[in-house]
Design a protein around this ligand. Structure first.
Ligand code: NAD
Ligand code: TYD
Length: 353
């Protein structure tokens, strides 16, 4: 099978590329990535020499580039990961999320339609369902209620992808996964940020009371589910992919502190994220029933392996935490209250108009 992967130099995309190329009958993978701050060719070092892997540096929003790749390669499937994937960045600067997640996805869908691509997997998120009161769990028919510019852009792109199935018969499958964690995750997301700060004995910034709940899914479990979707997913359908392990943030942080031997005094409760979703929860019953897939990694084991990975890859962390990351960190953490005040005074102005 020949697959066009978008965003395959990022966290989940690169795990998928490594998995697809390691199979007994490896796929040919064409990997289109813009190499934003989150894209990193080091994530692909172990497969760089594989003859089945072609890396293309480019933007999914560049219609000519995408058309050229589809003309040359005629892939059997597109697995679409490329996105601006971080809620906090989308709060400070929403425009990249809309450019890539909405306009970029539109460009890709148009090209897929023109080239009659036989399978289009749109990789989405449980964040499109918004914050849910316990004990509710979203199934695939649950209403969309996104809170952040990031999740709204993903919800919009889900609807757009769905419309290409309904209107044009493009064989689209939408997957909605819960929070992923594992090796190679950029240290702006909760788990890698807390691990790398704990290893360096720097403060661990917990938003608000830390009682927000997320469902944690090990990245390889997610990628296995996407492999299953290539073979068994039904066109036009949506599939939730969850880890069946809900944990409040503060508990995640405490586990990381204990595993790294860092003191509890490193925890620092900081100004909450605006529009912060309190709880995500989803059921993967449909995926399990139709395909037999199940999450295999326990949260304890997955977290221990992830911490080990970050311990052993100090050079990787050091390189990604330089340059642009330092500006981001200063804005989101060092100047947090002032920066959030700026963002919310814009909200007050909008309300007043
Ligand atoms: P990531 O931020 O680690 O990687 C995103 C990749 O996309 C990067 O390599 C980046 O260079 C590339 N990219 C960004 N804009 C691009 C563009 N215009 N053209 C081409 N490439 C571009 O993201 P991730 O965490 O690996 O997430 C991948 C996908 O999975 C996203 O669609 C995200 O919404 C979805 N998802 C993520 C999670 C999670 O917990 N991380 C959970 C559910 C769903
Ligand atoms: P994150 O990894 O950004 O994923 P998402 O917001 O997409 O779920 O955050 C996970 C949770 O951790 C979320 O409730 C916000 C919280 N969080 C903190 O408390 N401190 C932090 O520094 C970060 C990055 C996240």
């Amino acid at each position: 099978m020949k697959i066009l992967v978008t965003g395959g130099a990022g966290f989940i995309g690169s795990a998928f590329v490594r998995m697809a190329l390691a199979k007994a009958e490896p796929a040919r993978v064409v990997n289109l990535d813009k190499l934003t701050y989150a894209g990193n060719l080091e994530n692909l070092e172990s497969v760089a020499h594989y003859p089945g892997h072609r890396f293309v540096h480019g933007d999914i929003g560049d219609a000519r580039a995408v058309d050229g790749i589809l003309d040359d390669e005629k892939p059997d499937a597109i697995v679409h990961f490329a996105a601006e994937s971080h809620v906090d960045r989308s709060i400070f600067s929403p425009s990249p999320a809309f450019e890539t997640n909405l306009r970029g996805t539109f460009t890709l869908l148009e090209a897929a339609r023109a080239h009659r691509i036989p399978r289009f997997i749109h990789v989405s998120t449980d964040e499109v369902y918004g914050s849910l009161r316990a004990p509710i769990e979203a199934d695939e028919d649950f209403p969309l209620n996104p809170s952040s510019p990031y999740s709204a852009s993903k919800a919009g792109s889900d609807l757009l992808a769905r419309s290409y199935f309904t209107t044009y018969g493009l064989p689209v499958i939408i997957t909605r996964a819960s929070n992923n964690y594992g090796p190679f995750q950029f240290p702006e997301k909760l788990i890698p940020l807390m691990i790398s700060n704990a290893l360096e004995r720097r403060p661990l910034p917990v938003y608000g009371d830390g009682m927000q709940v997320r469902d944690w899914l090990y990245v390889d479990d997610h990628c296995r589910a996407l492999m299953v979707m290539l073979e068994q997913g039904r066109e036009g359908e949506i599939y939730n992919i969850g880890g069946s392990r809900s944990v409040p943030n503060i508990e995640v942080v405490q586990k990381i502190l204990h595993a790294t031997g860092a003191p509890d005094t490193l925890i620092e409760h900081v100004e909450d994220r605006p529009g912060h979703d309190r709880r995500y929860a989803l059921t993967s019953a449909k995926l399990i029933r139709e395909t037999g897939w199940e999450a295999e990694m326990s949260f304890e084991q997955g977290l221990a392996e992830t911490i080990d990975w970050y311990r052993q890859h100090a050079g990787w962390i050091e390189r990604v935490k330089s340059g642009e990351y330092l500006n981001y960190y200063a804005r989101n953490y060092d100047n947090r209250e002032a920066e959030l005040r700026k963002a919310s005074s814009a909200r007050e102005r909008t309300k007043a108009q």
